[in-house]
Design a protein around this ligand. Structure first.
Ligand SMILES: [Zn+2]
Ligand SMILES: [Zn+2]
Length: 108
């Protein structure tokens, strides 16, 4: 944390595919969630879905029309992962988060 690289599309590498306002909303919201999760981590079962934050949808690639997701843990922009039921795994940090329902937008 601390470094804040320009957000880039994980598919084509262009910054213009990323919805920056959605991303900054998501990062602000997930910062609070992450703090809460880390604080409570020792006490809770890691598999409890209630304590797992969700990926955020922060744009659609203009080249591939695929969704761009953001990881609530490491804040990486990732290609839409293969969902494994309710959860998916971040390819960057390897942690599991809930799949955001596709109709739901960023919720603070
Ligand atoms: Zn793109
Ligand atoms: Zn991650």
């Amino acid at each position: 944390m601390g470094r804040d690289p320009e957000p880039r599309c994980p598919y084509c590498g262009s910054p213009s595919c990323v919805n920056e306002s959605a991303l900054s909303l998501f990062l602000r919201a997930s910062e609070r969630i992450a703090r809460y999760v880390v604080k409570e981590r020792d006490k809770v079962d890691d598999d409890d879905p209630l304590f797992r934050p969700s990926f955020g949808e922060v744009g659609v690639c203009r080249e591939t029309s695929r969704r761009i997701w953001a990881c609530p843990y490491c804040r990486s922009l990732i290609p839409e992962p293969e969902p494994d039921g309710m959860t998916a795994r971040c390819p960057e940090c390897g942690r599991e988060a809930n799949v955001a329902p596709s109709r739901r937008k960023i919720v603070c």
